[in-house]
Design a protein. Structure first.
Length: 334
């Protein structure tokens, strides 16, 4: 219990540090929310003089700006602003999204709709990456230096060198625009049908998982090659066990610890890739919300979305930490 609470405390500290740094960075971003919602268009005449009507308009605009900054908490110093946001976030208030000087809507309901979409996209990408990387990594490790290993390794390097958005655009051009096999924009709920739902996600999932496949494959190959040199593998071979049984039952499990660690750490890269992919393909997930919040200077919404992303990241790594005990009982006993 003490260990659990210690780890939980460290994870909470990570979330606090990440969100505070986000607060600091957003305060340095040029442009303001009030300038986007209520731009002051009145300018002096060509002679540099300001007419009474123009001065009245400028004063009115400044009053509107001050009101917006006060309602959004932007008139406070960075520590007070962060404390106000943190208190609201803990209570479940994710802030308001301002669409005009008189109109705003809560961010919470939109997050509840968008979060499952992003989680599903990342989950499918992670599962596809592992489903492809594990067997290919085992095959490459079993025949190191052979032609099959060189082909698989070359393919992995090619995938690693290609950004997710570039692969997504290539697939969209060929599978969507030219072949007309898959839609390239939009999203369909499960209520529209299983295939109707999944066909909108095929290209984004492939684009997201490609880089993960390369990382997992190369990592598993290296660990398996090292594991296959261990004494217990030699003993298994001496007992006459088949190569398949040795690879999948005896060698893969101890070689999966590093893979599991990297899979948890790659969640951050997966989230970052999902933001770009969702914006490109018009998927209404958390990434699209975050992109829109950045462009429209919705600082409170942006802060809450970053906090949710940070919580997802630390929870995944928290889960990975405990999965070690399942893969290697020696850690549990220790």
């Amino acid at each position: 219990m003490k260990t659990f609470l210690s780890k939980l405390g460290r994870l909470i500290l990570v979330v606090v540090v990440v969100t505070f740094l986000t607060q600091v960075l957003t305060s340095l971003v040029p442009g303001n929310l009030e300038d986007i919602l209520a731009p002051c268009s009145e300018t002096p005449t060509s002679t540099g003089e300001v007419t009474p009507a123009q001065q009245d308009a400028i004063d009115a605009c400044k009053e509107v700006h001050a009101k917006i900054r006060s309602e959004a908490g932007l008139d406070k110093n960075i520590f007070a602003r962060y404390g106000m946001w943190l208190g609201n976030f803990v209570r479940g208030d994710l802030g308001q999204r301002y669409s005009s000087t008189t109109s705003s809507q809560p961010v919470g309901p939109e997050v509840k709709r968008a979060l499952p979409i992003s989680l599903e996209l990342m989950l499918w990408a992670q599962l596809l990456a592992l489903a492809i990387a594990i067997p290919l990594g085992v095959i490459a490790a079993y025949r190191p230096g052979k032609i099959i290993d060189r082909i698989i390794s070359a393919g992995a390097f090619a995938l690693l060198a290609m950004p997710a958005f570039a692969l997504g655009l290539i697939l969209a051009a060929y599978l969507g625009a030219q072949a007309d096999l898959l839609p390239v924009l939009g999203y369909a709920n499960w209520s529209a049908g299983v295939w109707e739902h999944l066909k909108y996600l095929v290209i984004p999932i492939i684009a997201l998982s490609a880089g993960q496949i390369a990382v997992y494959l190369r990592l598993l190959r290296s660990d398996l090659i090292a594991t296959l040199q261990q004494d217990f593998i030699a003993m298994a071979k001496a007992k006459g066990l088949s190569p398949r049984r040795i690879l999948w039952r005896h060698a893969l499990r101890p070689s999966s610890l590093t893979l599991l660690t990297v899979a948890g750490l790659q969640t951050g890269a997966l989230i970052g890739g999902a933001v770009v992919i969702e914006v490109i393909f018009g998927i209404p997930g958390l990434g699209s919300m975050l992109g829109a919040a950045i462009l429209k200077r919705q600082y409170i919404e942006m802060q809450s979305l970053v906090a949710i992303v940070a919580i997802i990241f630390v929870l995944v790594n928290f889960l990975v930490d405990y999965l070690y005990n399942i893969l290697d009982p020696r850690l549990r006993h220790g």
